[in-house]
Design a protein around this ligand. Structure first.
Ligand code: ADE
Ligand code: ZN
Length: 324
């Protein structure tokens, strides 16, 4: 089964580029940029990864970003992830990035997106790994800041496929960003939002994603299973759910294999993703292998989950069909 998974051409739709920052790259960039990390070795840094919920993870995730300073750093981060994707037979990826986490440290928006874009172009021409970029807004920052960043992105519109919403969900509902997402839709961008596992008011947030924002996809969305009405709406609209098994384990102590099987049984378009693989120590193959073991999924079920990622990818139908 492991070989079956490793050999399949795969797509990943939920991976935060900043969440692919491996400890070894952190150390190399810290040395280059004269940044003090506070740990003697990459192993010591990994040993300090102590997260058990979303806020405890986010503190470590944002803190580590201080090593990312110039265009070459964002290039290296993106190139390393896409090379890893290549090594795992991940042939297509939709990449999240968090510009506000960089502009708030004084790093120019253009520096971030130009570095990422150059690596995407090189990965496509040299490795054959195609990718598209999704700009995320940090939901614990203001709607005004999100709108400012959407305007900053206008000159780079052609480099984006969509926008997303991430960071701390508590007291930051989808409707807080209704005007920003409306403008993004008018710019022709696709829309997605995180509804992380077991967050406060999660069913309300999923409902707002569907009815107020009219998203094109939902990131995570596992708790939708608690409501038949939400499941029916997600299914009727053909919305993909980007589920992240190893990421979920840090919050609910399970890979949510039972929930993923229920989604498949209901005909919902669940996909499997790595979220923040450098932190959770699992890229796409490891997520699929561990999930298969926990849920005893058949080859056919794994093929459906992998196929779903191509089905709900933001690619033209003709291009998707070449993978299906
Ligand atoms: N930012 C990076 N990973 C995230 C996640 N899983 N949920 C919310 N925000 C994030
Ligand atoms: Zn995420």
């Amino acid at each position: 089964m492991q070989t079956f998974i490793e050999n399949m051409p795969k797509a990943e739709l939920h991976v935060h580029l900043e969440g692919t920052l491996e400890p070894e790259l952190s150390f190399a960039l810290a040395r280059k940029n004269n940044v003090e990390l506070g740990y003697a070795t990459p192993e010591e840094l990994v040993a300090a990864y102590d997260f058990y919920d979303l806020p405890s993870f986010l503190t470590i995730y944002y803190g580590a970003m201080k090593v990312l300073q110039d265009e070459a750093d964002f290039y290296q981060l993106t190139w390393n992830y896409l090379s890893k994707a290549y090594s795992q037979n991940t042939v297509y990826a939709e990449l999240f990035f968090d510009p506000q986490a960089h502009t708030s440290r004084g790093v120019d928006f253009g520096v971030v997106i130009r570095g990422i874009r150059a690596a995407q172009e090189d990965a496509e021409s040299k490795l054959g790994v195609k990718s598209q970029l999704i700009m995320c807004f940090l939901r614990d920052m203001s709607a005004e800041s999100a709108m400012e960043h959407l305007l900053m992105a206008e000159p780079y519109r052609a480099w984006l496929v969509g926008v997303g919403l991430d960071s701390d969900e508590k007291n930051n509902p989808p409707v807080k960003f209704a005007a920003v997402f409306k403008k993004a839709r008018e710019m022709g961008l696709k829309l997605t939002m995180h509804c992380d596992v077991n967050q406060q008011n999660t069913l309300l947030h999923i409902g707002q994603c569907l009815d107020d924002i009219e998203v094109d996809r939902i990131d995570h969305g596992v708790n939708s299973l608690e409501s038949d009405a939400l499941c029916d709406a997600i299914k009727a609209r053909g919305l993909g759910l980007t589920v992240c098994p190893v990421s979920n384990r840090f919050v609910v102590q399970s890979l949510t294999s039972a929930e993923i099987r229920r989604m498949l049984d209901k005909g919902m378009l669940a996909t499997i993703n790595s979220d923040d693989p450098a932190y959770f120590r699992a890229y796409l193959n490891e997520n699929l292998v561990e999930l298969q073991r926990e849920g005893n999924f058949s080859n056919e079920e794994i093929a459906t989950l992998v196929g779903n990622a191509f089905r709900v990818a933001w690619l033209p139908a003709q291009e998707k069909n070449t993978y299906l």
